[in-house]
Design a protein around this ligand. Structure first.
Ligand SMILES: [Zn+2]
Length: 282
């Protein structure tokens, strides 16, 4: 007897197919592409729905990883996907689960008004726009003397880690400022430690955006420690160039804000589509 349930054929089916904007940045073996480059997106299950509304799982990134694994199985390791694809993937999952029309609630930015109102958004436009983006090879390459620096978006893992650590350092900063038993000198020492950690964190985030450094003979250095040492021992000029390139890549996949007008005072404002995940998936 087969161990497949007779109900299996009635399990969820893909609702839409998408083309990932950052498909060239997935490490080998973490993305299964069809011949057309399109990948299927399934609706969320009840388990996914609960995960995406669990605050702790959201903060750690676990919830996002679980939901993407479940609904876009072609992405076999969501931690390794470019962070720039994450919002796009979640919009696709929202469409597959609940359809492409969505109502968002806003509060008028005019302080004297403060009216709360709803704006209808069609999510398909984001999928169409972002699905057609092609990040050029030139945008990912920096010439630096005889070296070529290859740039990539941060992985979701790197981004989550950096966000979490910078949040912790900020908390440590606040805690130190409120510790009355510390002398002024001890406080300065505590600040210095936190500042050093934040600087190190910044450099980590920059080096996470370096795919590899190509030597004049064509060999590419990809070892993380070697890249970190190199960035620590080169001019700030290169550091800035890398930061700019990472920003440019990120901006190509940024979601356009929504133009909204307050029905009460007619104040026009731009509001972000995303993202409070817990509210996005209602
Ligand atoms: Zn208003």
């Amino acid at each position: 007897m087969s161990d497949t349930s007779r109900l299996a054929q009635f399990y969820r089916q893909p609702e839409i197919y998408i083309t990932l904007p950052g498909s060239q940045f997935y490490p080998e073996g973490t993305l299964e592409l069809s011949a057309t480059g399109e990948i299927p997106v399934y609706p969320m299950t009840a388990k996914d729905d609960i995960a995406i509304k669990t605050p702790d799982a959201l903060i750690s990134g676990e919830a996002v990883v679980q939901v993407i694994s479940s609904c876009i199985p072609s992405i076999t390791d969501p931690w390794q996907m470019p962070a720039t694809d994450v919002d796009f993937a979640l919009i696709a999952i929202r469409i597959a689960s609940f359809g492409d029309e969505m109502e968002l609630e806003y509060t008028c930015s005019n302080e004297e008004c403060g009216e709360e109102f709803k704006v209808g958004v069609n999510l398909n436009q984001y999928i169409e726009h972002l699905g057609n983006i092609d990040i050029s090879y030139e945008a990912t390459l920096i010439n630096y003397g005889d070296l070529k620096i290859h740039i990539k978006p941060l992985t979701y893992f790197d981004l989550s880690l950096i966000q979490r650590r910078s949040f912790e350092e900020q908390r440590a900063m606040e805690a130190a400022s409120q510790m009355e038993e510390l002398s002024e000198e001890e406080k300065q020492q505590a600040y210095q430690v936190i500042l050093n950690n934040l600087t190190e964190l910044n450099i980590t985030s920059i080096t996470s955006g370096v795919q590899g450094i190509e030597l004049p003979d064509g060999e590419v250095v990809t070892k993380k420690e070697e890249i970190v040492d190199f960035v620590n021992n080169t001019s700030v000029k290169l550091y800035r160039k890398i930061t700019d390139a990472i920003t440019t890549i990120r901006e190509t996949t940024d979601l356009k804000p929504i133009d909204a007008q307050c029905p009460e005072c007619k104040n026009s404002m731009e509001v972000p589509l995303l993202f409070d995940y817990a509210n996005f998936f209602v």
